[in-house]
Design a protein around this ligand. Structure first.
Ligand SMILES: [Zn+2]
Ligand SMILES: [Zn+2]
Length: 268
């Protein structure tokens, strides 16, 4: 049985007291309160702007702010009010950051603001072409031009984040270091997604299928020295199984409920 702490609701309540109406779906241990503090800096719509000494980390092809996966856009640059958001280390982002740091806005991918399923939001935010190319999301590099346009329309930063969330969870839980994540190629999101799809989002240990809650799936690199990332160089595990071996891995009560409900009973 996986043991969890129950500080989550307490933390959520105190965040609400300071006016941060965050959709706070992740569970953090006390010693990770720096992550909770970072998230509490964000506005109620999940954005953060006018940050001094903004330091973005580029890990495994994705952009992070203080260990939180973030998308980035620049305000008031275009008259048509459509903002291109970035989620990878692309040249446009780097140039913009240098020139317009004061206009930089960060968005949490699990915030309402970033929910591209909402039509009104969709008109305001559009994913960056270069970021899609960098990460080779959904095999973007090989897609024909007509289908690239479809991919952009279908791109949903929240769904993307759920597929990539294992990187953030492993980072925050100190299962994997930011120094190692920096060594991974920019198209690592595509590599990771391919490995997870290949294993059909099914835990190789307990056989649970987590397609319904994709953030619970980890593709663990078996040998970090190999620099080879074929599907079989990964071990597909659910967060529950990973936590049994690695106790510091955090998991929310909601996620634990999912595991308890859907984990096959005959195999433990
Ligand atoms: Zn970009
Ligand atoms: Zn499992």
């Amino acid at each position: 049985m996986v043991k969890i702490n129950s500080n989550f609701s307490k933390l959520n309540a105190s965040l609400k007291q300071v006016g941060a109406e965050l959709n706070f779906r992740y569970h953090f241990n006390n010693n990770r309160s720096d992550i909770a503090l970072t998230r509490s800096k964000f506005n109620s719509d999940g954005t953060l702007s006018k940050i001094k000494n903004l330091k973005i980390d580029y890990l495994a092809g994705l952009s992070f702010y203080q260990n939180n996966f973030v998308a980035i856009y620049f305000q008031n640059l275009k008259a048509d009010k459509i903002n291109t958001f970035h989620f990878s280390e692309c040249n446009d982002l780097l140039i913009n950051l240098e020139k317009n740091e004061s206009n930089t806005t960060l968005i949490l991918p699990d915030s309402e603001k970033a929910d591209l399923k909402k039509k009104d939001t969709n008109k305001l935010l559009s994913p960056c072409h270069l970021c899609l190319e960098n990460t080779n999301w959904n095999n973007f590099e090989k897609a024909e031009d007509w289908s690239k346009r479809i991919i952009i329309e279908q791109f949903n930063i929240l769904e993307f984040h759920k597929q990539m969330f294992s990187v953030e969870r492993e980072l925050v839980s100190n299962f994997i270091s930011s120094d190692f994540l920096k060594t991974l190629p920019k198209n690592f999101p595509r590599i990771l997604e391919t490995a997870k799809s290949y294993k059909k989002w099914t835990c190789q240990k307990c056989k649970i299928n987590v397609s319904g809650m994709k953030q619970l799936y980890h593709a663990v690199i078996l040998d970090r020295t190999l620099k080879r990332y074929l599907p079989n160089d990964f071990l597909g595990l659910c967060t529950g199984c990973l936590k049994v071996k690695y106790h510091d891995m955090y998991i929310t009560p909601e996620e634990l409920d999912f595991i308890n409900e859907f984990r096959p009973k005959s195999k433990k």
